[in-house]
Design a protein around this ligand. Sequence first.
Ligand code: NDP
Length: 295
Amino acid sequence: MAKAEIIDGKAFAAGLRARIGAEVKALGGAHGLTPGVAVVLVGDDPASQVYVRNKSRQAQDTGMQSFIHRLPADTSQDALLVQIDQLNRDPAVNGILVQLPLPDQIDEAAVLGALDPAKDVDGFHPMNVGRLVSGADGTVPCTPLGCLMLLKDRLDSLAGLKALVVGRSNIVGKPMASLLLRESCTITIAHSRTRDLAGECRQADILVAAVGQPEMVKGDWIKPGATVIDVGINRIDAGGGKTRIVGDVDFAEAVKTAGAITPVPGGVGPMTIACLLLNTLSAACRQHDLPAPTV
Ligand code: NDP
């Protein structure tokens, strides 16, 4: 039985980081400019701590400056907004990322809306959301941007392909659908109220699963030859007191039908941080009226 090509997001992300590193070096040489990214973490959620450490380490590895601001879990919204205001005005900071989720006492929309859109390297500010939807230049959220890069690397053209995005969150599903529409795909967005999800999946040339349900998309839901991008990161019981990470797609079955598929881990995950670095580099260039990086 034919087996799908495995899309190696880890290798692609490593290559992208190397190209970003070269651009950062060139910027320093030509303009004395070192891009800087500030990460704001409120509280001590263990997963968020790991993400923030990884983001900071990878930023430094590419030659960028990284500033981590750790605030206690009981930080008030006003105190967080003061912190954001300081970062908005700090010329050494080209990109600001507020690690989500935020504690309950803080209104996420108010915080994201307070970011300088030019420094919003997550692409969650309403102005960047609007730019994406209207087709204007702006910052695109990191995870969907990473997915699109993997798709464009694999497919000669996306135009006219049927794309199904399962999940409609603001950070993955909706921006992913907007990006695919921009590439002239015919898009469908599925969610928890979708009728006959399996039938929708079976029509998709491109299937992006961003659901948060372990191995929910079954192998016989995949159209033969389809390109499958699995965004899901789910920790499941592996027996013997151990856990393991799986995606939203039943990889072992889907790999028999798909034309290409991202593994979990090692697919979309590494692309997210690489795209954060790319967005920071792009933001630094824009803020200094320099051409966009060509990585
Ligand atoms: P959300 O929980 O915000 O959204 C999940 C979406 O899936 C919702 O739109 C929901 O529908 C839909 N959904 C839930 N259950 C079903 C179902 N049974 N059938 C169809 N649709 C369903 O999740 P995120 O978008 O934030 O994340 C999705 C996954 O991607 C998670 O596993 C997350 O960990 C992972 N992730 C990975 C990243 C990476 O770097 N690789 C980055 C970000 C997320 P409805 O709107 O109707 O409730």
